[in-house]
Ligand binder design. Structure first.
Ligand code: HEM
Length: 512
């Protein structure tokens, strides 16, 4: 009798489990899709359990024959061939599926504007499928946090970017860049003027963020940087089966490898955190990320809530990833553009001579580099290093006579909007920094058509740091060297989380 009862209980549990599975992988996505379809959105036909991934995968893996020596900035159909194709059939807002999850693709700034006026930052979520998939990289750090937790973390972190704190980071940025310059000079003197500028600058920016945010020493910073890079390559080298039910169990080897790497990174960061806790030494003249986070790790945290040590680790990881590659790639793409457009390379050099001259680089001096800011804006327009922004609605969103249902995943295609001639005019694919001379929006006819740092309250928290780093690194490099495209450069922008050159960025670097 007892045995029978146990069996009955087990059977009920299995049934409940199966019903839950069917609901989350089948019924709920179909319901959301149906509601989106009743709004009038269409899209390519999905197949269970892959959705549209197989069609996306066909063209997206970085294969060594896909590079091109033709240097065009018209990159949307290269980096997102499937979106470019589907746009032709279904317009600028359509539905596509990642595994068993429908996504609303958005490349229409007008539509986005209406939505962002309806939803405040605190009520936006991030797609659950990505939070799960990217857990080893970001954990529950600011990029992935939601609701009141997001508000708390954002409040804690924002002061890191105060003018006083930024000012104190200048010398770290200058020192790390000078060390890179010394390495370059040694290499040039040895007869090799070809530099993989992307690799060099990403490494230097990694060092800068490790030192400015966590006061890490070189060895730890290098180890964490290498491990995060390996993790990123494993996770993002090709379009994966994100959203496919139980894919982590099916791709068990990869899951275990990424989990292991994630844990190793956590361990290294934990060591850095514990050492700082014990030493109780503040960074000279400023508060770094760890100081701010540690204040919240105490019983009487400034905002009344305690951040756990795991949350501290996640924030450090988030900063390391979010904070170095995007800026480094913005500098790298800029050097590629300046190597192509010598007139602008010379104009920036003249501006540096006039504004900086023999003065020490500091935050006030940097503010005078106006043309450099236009160039940065234009480089991030043509090559937005964060190529998309994601959201998930946490409530129904009412727009005119449409209702975007609660739980809708959204993929905002920044590359598409930045290369849309109906927003920018016929010269959309030309490098013309002067479009930003009198207009912070570069003359785009829609306010939300230019989104290099995202939008609304969730806009990039580190953008002022990246402006400063960009200007410092470029000022020091352009004052010392001239840049030309190497014959070995293959122009093949691709997405590996960030928008990067698939085969590095070899440039010929000559001392001035
Ligand atoms: C050129 C450089 C950079 C670019 C293009 C960039 C781009 C972005 C974008 C597009 C987002 C998402 C915004 C959204 O969801 O609406 C974002 C968020 C974020 N970025 Fe950046 N970023 C850059 C530099 C940095 C730096 C230097 C740091 C830190 C030191 C940083 C830390 C973050 C964090 C923590 C978030 C999450 C903010 C939140 O959700 O509240 N970023 N960034």
């Amino acid at each position: 009798m007892v045995l029978l009862e146990i069996f009955a209980l087990l059977a009920i549990l299995v049934l409940v489990f199966l019903l839950k599975l069917i609901f989350s992988w089948w019924i709920s996505p179909i319901q959301r899709n149906h509601k989106l379809q009743t709004c009038g959105f269409q899209g390519p036909t999905p197949n269970f359990p892959f959705g549209n991934i197989q069609e996306m995968k066909k063209k997206n893996s970085v294969d060594s024959s896909s590079g091109s020596s033709k240097l065009t900035h018209d990159i949307h159909s290269t980096v997102f061939p499937y979106f470019s194709r589907w746009q032709n059939s279904y317009g600028k807002v359509f539905i596509y599926w990642l595994g068993a999850e429908p996504f609303l693709y958005i490349a229409d700034p007008e539509f986005l504007k209406k939505m962002s006026t309806e939803v405040i930052a605190k009520r936006w979520g991030k797609p659950n499928v990505f939070r799960n998939d990217r857990e080893p990289m970001f954990g529950k750090g600011l990029v992935m946090a939601e609701g009141s937790e997001w508000v708390h973390h954002r409040h804690v972190i924002a002061p890191l970017f105060s003018p006083l704190n930024l000012k104190a980071m200048v010398s770290i940025m200058v020192d790390s860049t000078k060390q890179m310059i010394d390495r370059w000079i040694t290499q040039i003197d040895s007869g090799n003027p070809e530099m993989d500028v992307e690799r060099e600058i990403v490494a230097t920016a990694g060092e800068i963020i490790a030192k400015t945010s966590c006061g890490m020493k070189d060895e730890n910073a290098r180890k964490i940087g290498e491990k995060l890079h390996t993790l990123q390559m494993k996770l993002f080298k090709t379009t994966r089966y994100v959203g496919v039910p139980y894919i982590k169990c099916i791709e068990m080897k990869k899951t275990l490898e990424t989990k292991k790497l994630g844990k190793e990174i956590d361990k290294l960061l934990l060591y850095v955190i514990e050492t700082r806790k014990e030493s109780k030494v503040k960074q000279q003249g400023r508060e770094d990320l760890l100081d701010l986070l540690l204040q919240e790790n105490q019983v009487d945290g400034k905002y009344g809530k305690i951040l756990t040590t795991k949350q501290l680790v996640d924030e450090c990881k988030t900063f390391f990833i979010g904070g170095h590659e995007t800026t480094a790639l913005a500098i790298s793409w800029t050097l590629m553009l300046l190597a192509m457009h010598k007139d602008w390379q010379n104009q920036l050099r003249d501006e540096i001579r006039e504004v900086v001259g023999d003065k020490d680089v500091d935050i006030n001096v940097l503010a005078g580099l106006k043309k450099m800011k236009w160039v940065m804006n234009e480089a991030l327009r043509l090559y937005p290093t964060a190529p998309n922004v994601q959201r998930q609605s946490r409530e129904d969103i009412k727009l005119d006579n449409l209702t975007i249902p609660n739980g809708t995943n959204m993929w905002i295609d920044v590359v598409a909007m930045h290369h849309d001639s109906s927003l920018w005019g016929e010269n959309v694919n030309e490098f013309r920094p002067e479009r930003f001379m009198d207009d912070v929006n570069g003359g785009c006819n829609q306010k939300m058509g230019y989104l290099p740092f995202g939008f609304g309250g969730r806009m990039c928290v580190g953008r002022n740091l990246s402006f400063m780093e960009y200007k410092i690194v470029l000022t020091l490099l352009l004052s010392r060297f001239s840049f030309n495209i190497s014959p070995n450069y293959i122009h093949s922008p691709c997405i590996m989380l960030s928008l990067r050159p698939a085969y590095g960025l070899p440039l010929i670097v000559q001392p001035l």
